[in-house]
Every structure is written in C-alpha cells, then in structure tokens.
Design a protein around this ligand. Structure first.
Ligand SMILES: [Zn+2]
Ligand SMILES: [Zn+2]
Length: 113
C-alpha cells in the first residue's frame, strides 16, 4: 500500500484506481489499530493527507467518468501529522514502473496541461 501523491491527471487508470483503493485499505487498517509504521517509515504514507488526497482522487474519478461510491469519514480531515512522502522520488518511481503513466506524464509536459 502506498500513496503516490503525484498529479492524478498523469496517472493511468490502473494506478489511479490502485492508489484510491489503497487509501481505503490504509484507513481500514488504522481504524482497526493495525500498525502502519512500516509504511510511515518507508515514506509511503502521510496520515494527515489521506482525506485531502482521497478527495483529489475522487475528483479525478469524476472527471474521467469513473464510478465513486466510497466516502471517507470527515474525521480524517483532522488527524495528527504523521509520515512524509518525497514527491519527486515518488514520481520518478512511478514513471520508472509504468509506461502508461510515463506516457501521460510526457504528454502533460508537451501540452502544458
Ligand atoms: Zn473512495
Ligand atoms: Zn500507471
């Protein structure tokens, strides 16, 4: 599980749906008091940004016409600051891993959107 925290517009369908599902899984785990220390330590999770990131992804879902029926409890708006993601590294990681995200990213640079 991880939050990519890159511009959702450059994410392929697979990665966009994946990060969204993983945010719900992270929340599910934290709600059940399961440890997410490994994700925090590896820089894959920012607890305080789960809510805002989920909203951002849901907005991109709407833009693309994907279904979204999974709200996050508003309590996630106000949680203590925990974890830090290096967004540059995250982007490099994603582009390395996925040709489709890379294509979308290069396209967004070319077209300036
Ligand atoms: Zn959702
Ligand atoms: Zn991808």
């Amino acid at each position: 599980m991880r939050m990519w925290m890159v511009d959702p517009k450059i994410m392929c369908r697979h990665h966009l749906l994946g990060e969204h599902a993983e945010i719900h899984m992270l929340v599910w785990n934290i709600d059940r008091k399961r440890s997410v220390k490994g994700y925090l330590d590896k820089g894959l999770l920012e607890t305080h940004n789960l809510y805002a990131r989920h909203a951002e992804l849901a907005q991109e879902f709407r833009r693309r016409g994907y279904q979204h029926n999974s709200k996050l409890d508003v309590k996630w708006k106000h949680v203590k600051k925990e974890g830090s993601i290096d967004k540059k590294r995250s982007l490099a990681d994603l582009l390395n891993r996925c040709v489709e995200c890379k294509e979308r990213y290069l396209n967004s640079i070319r077209t300036g959107t």
